[in-house]
Write a protein that binds this ligand. Structure first.
Ligand code: NAX
Length: 335
C-alpha cells in the first residue's frame, strides 16, 4: 500500500484463540478490510496458549502469503498484556469447549478462569475506545465475567455474540418464504446464545410485512423454525464433524460492523448487551436484545416491542438460564 497523508494509522485488533477454527476464517476477513473497511490498516494481535503457538505461526505464514495491503503487522503472543496492548477491538474467541461428561458448572468455571484475567488485562492495557465481542462459549456469561472484572470500561462497550443465531433465523425464514435473505429484517434473538434462546419471528418482517403473516404457518414457526435455529449448532457438528466456524467468523464480523455503524432506518440487530432492566430482564445480565445504533455510535435496546404469551414464556426461560449461569460463576464476578 502506498502510504499517503490520507492513510489512517493502523488500528489494533485482538483475536484470542487465533489458531482455532473460527480464527482461521476470522483473521483473513479482518486483514482484508471486512471489519473496518477498505481504507483502514490493522495490526492483528493474536493470543494463543503455548501448545497452539506452532499452529498459530502457520496461520501467520498464510496471512503473510495473502499480502493483504491493509495488514500493517501481526503480533503473536501467549501473554495477555501484549495481546491487549492498545487494542481498540477485542474478539474473545478462545475458550475451552464442553467435553463429554462435563457439567455446565465445570465448563463455566474453566472458562471463567480464562475470561476473568482477560477482562482485567483489557481494563489495564486496551485503548480507551476499546470494544469487546465475546464469541467463546458460554458467550453471554463469559462476557459477564470479563466485563465485571473490568469496571473501568463502560459496560456498554461489551457485546456477546447472538448474531449467528440471527443470521440462521433469517436464512430459515427467507427459505420458507421463497425470498432472498436480504428481504428479512427486524429479527431479534432474545436471551442466551444457547438452546433456550428465543428467535423472535413474530416481530420480524419479510419485505416490510409481518413475517408471521407472510409465512402463514404458525405451527411451523413455533415448531420446526424455532428448533432448527436453536439446534443449528448441533446439526452442523453432526454433518461436518466439527462446529460452525466460517459462519461464526462471518457473524463476528457482522456483529462488530452492526455495533459501530448506524442501524438502517426501521431495522434492528441482535447483540447481547448489558441489561439496564429493559423488558423486566434483571440489570447487569449480558442479554440478547434487539438493538439500534445511532449516528453517534451509541446503542439502545429497542423499546415497545409487543410479546404474546408464547414469547414471554420463552424469554422468561432464557432469562432464568442466564441467572442460573450467573449464580454458578458468582465467585468469579468482580465489582
Ligand atoms: P477451537 O477449539 O477450534 O479453537 C479455540 C482456540 O482457543 C484453540 O486454538 C485454543 O488453543 C484457544 N484457547 C484456549 N484457551 C485459550 C486461552 N486461555 N487463551 C487464548 N486462546 C485459548 O474452537 P472454535 O471452533 O474456534 O470456537 C471457539 C469458541 O467459539 C468456542 O467456545 C465455541 O463454542 C464458540 N462458538 C460460539 C458461537 C457463538 O455464536 N457465540 C458460534 C460458534 C462457536 O461454537
Amino acid at each position: 500500500m502506498t502510504k499517503s497523508a490520507s492513510t489512517p494509522a493502523p488500528v489494533q485488533v485482538t483475536v484470542t484463540g487465533a489458531a482455532g477454527q473460527i480464527g482461521y476464517s476470522l483473521l483473513f476477513r479482518i486483514a482484508s478490510g471486512q471489519l473496518l473497511g477498505p481504507n483502514q490498516p490493522v495490526v492483528l494481535r493474536l493470543l494463543e496458549i503455548e501448545p497452539a503457538m506452532k499452529a498459530l505461526q502457520g496461520v501467520v505464514m498464510e496471512l503473510d502469503d495473502c499480502a493483504f495491503p491493509l495488514l500493517a503487522d501481526v503480533v503473536t503472543t501467549s501473554e495477555l498484556k501484549t495481546a491487549f496492548d492498545g487494542t481498540s477491538y477485542a474478539l474473545l474467541v478462545g475458550s475451552v469447549p464442553r467435553k463429554a461428561g462435563m457439567e455446565r458448572k465445570d465448563l463455566l468455571g474453566i472458562n471463567g478462569g480464562i475470561f476473568k484475567p482477560q477482562g482485567q488485562a483489557i481494563a489495564a492495557h486496551a485503548a480507551s475506545d476499546v470494544r469487546i465481542l465475546v464469541v467463546g462459549n458460554p458467550c453471554n456469561t463469559n462476557c459477564l465475567i470479563a466485563r465485571s472484572n473490568a469496571p473501568e470500561i463502560d459496560a456498554e462497550r461489551w457485546f456477546a455474540m447472538t448474531r449467528l443465531d440471527e443470521n440462521r433465523a433469517k436464512s430459515q425464514l427467507a427459505r420458507r418464504a421463497g425470498v432472498p435473505v436480504r428481504s428479512v429484517s427486524n429479527l431479534a434473538i432474545w436471551g442466551n446464545h444457547s438452546s433456550t434462546q428465543f428467535p423472535d419471528a413474530w416481530n420480524a418482517r419479510i419485505g416490510g410485512e409481518p413475517a408471521a403473516s407472510v409465512i402463514g404457518d404458525e405451527e411451523w414457526l413455533r415448531g420446526d423454525f424455532l428448533t432448527t435455529v436453536q439446534q443449528r449448532g448441533a446439526a452442523i457438528i453432526a454433518a461436518r464433524g466439527a462446529s460452525s466456524a466460517a459462519s461464526a467468523a462471518s457473524a463476528a464480523i457482522d456483529s462488530f460492523v452492526s455495533a459501530i455503524n448506524p442501524t438502517a432506518e426501521g431495522d434492528w440487530t441482535s447483540l447481547a448487551v448489558v441489561s439496564h432492566g429493559e423488558y423486566g430482564v434483571p440489570e447487569g445480565l449480558q442479554f440478547g436484545f434487539p438493538v439500534r445504533v445511532d449516528a453517534s455510535g451509541s446503542w439502545q435496546v429497542v423499546q415497545g416491542i409487543d410479546h404474546g404469551e408464547f414469547a414471554r414464556q420463552r424469554i422468561t426461560a432464557t432469562t432464568e438460564e442466564l441467572l442460573a449461569e450467573k449464580a454458578d460463576v458468582a465467585d468469579l464476578l468482580g465489582g
